[in-house]
Design a protein around this ligand. Structure first.
Ligand SMILES: Cc1cc2nc3c(=O)[nH]c(=O)nc-3n(C[C@H](O)[C@H](O)[C@H](O)COP(=O)(O)O)c2cc1C
Length: 170
């Protein structure tokens, strides 16, 4: 079984338990790296060509507008295909109830037919929100497994939860 983790994650200023602080590594990236430790998956980080603002409140506004316009922002680099992989972990923070639009840029371009998808999110209370539904809409022909939601501030302590989710679904 060969796996890849396709994920978006933003460092810079974010909310933790009610206060704003700057971080070097985003929550979803922390989780993606733990999945790599468990499954030996490759990692593909989805990066917008133009980064979101470093300030949380500005980023919130940018992400809202981008979602309202259903944009497909340009990326720094693209995945040509996922032919070599059986399992695709799709990881994302929740932005306004679903994934940041850059994730849709990626999903729209790939052929998921026959692939196993393992969706996961990090969030501040919304859980999986609409992510599993939205992945199913884009990834036609894929087998979408049970999603896993991890509270952002618990990302560092998520390894045993991830192990159980992977053992139960793969
Ligand atoms: C633009 C933006 C929108 C967000 N919207 C939601 C939301 O609707 N529900 C929620 O639970 N958390 C929301 N959050 C919190 C993030 O999902 C959470 O902090 C996540 O762990 C960030 O992941 P990252 O550090 O990998 O980028 C939002 C954060 C940002 C920056």
């Amino acid at each position: 079984m060969k796996a890849i983790v396709i994920y978006f994650s933003r460092a810079d200023e974010n909310y933790f338990g009610g206060s704003l602080k700057y971080i070097d590594k985003g929550n979803t990236e922390i989780v993606a790296e733990k999945i790599k430790e468990i499954t030996n998956a490759d990692l593909f980080k989805v990066e917008r060509k133009k980064d979101y603002a470093k300030e949380y409140m500005k980023c919130i506004e940018e992400a809202k507008i981008e979602q309202q316009n259903n944009e497909r922002p340009e990326l720094k680099s693209y995945l040509d295909d996922i032919n070599n992989y059986d399992v695709i972990f799709i990881g994302s923070p929740i932005y306004w109830g679903t994934m940041p639009q850059a994730m849709f840029t990626v999903l729209d371009r790939l052929d998921f037919n026959g692939k196993i998808i393992m969706p996961f999110t990090t969030h501040e209370g919304s859980g999986l929100a609409n992510v599993v539904r939205d992945i199913k809409k884009c990834a036609k022909g894929a087998i979408v497994k049970e999603g896993l939601a991890i509270l952002g501030s618990s990302a560092n302590d998520s390894k045993s939860k991830l192990q159980t989710w992977i053992d139960n679904n793969l």
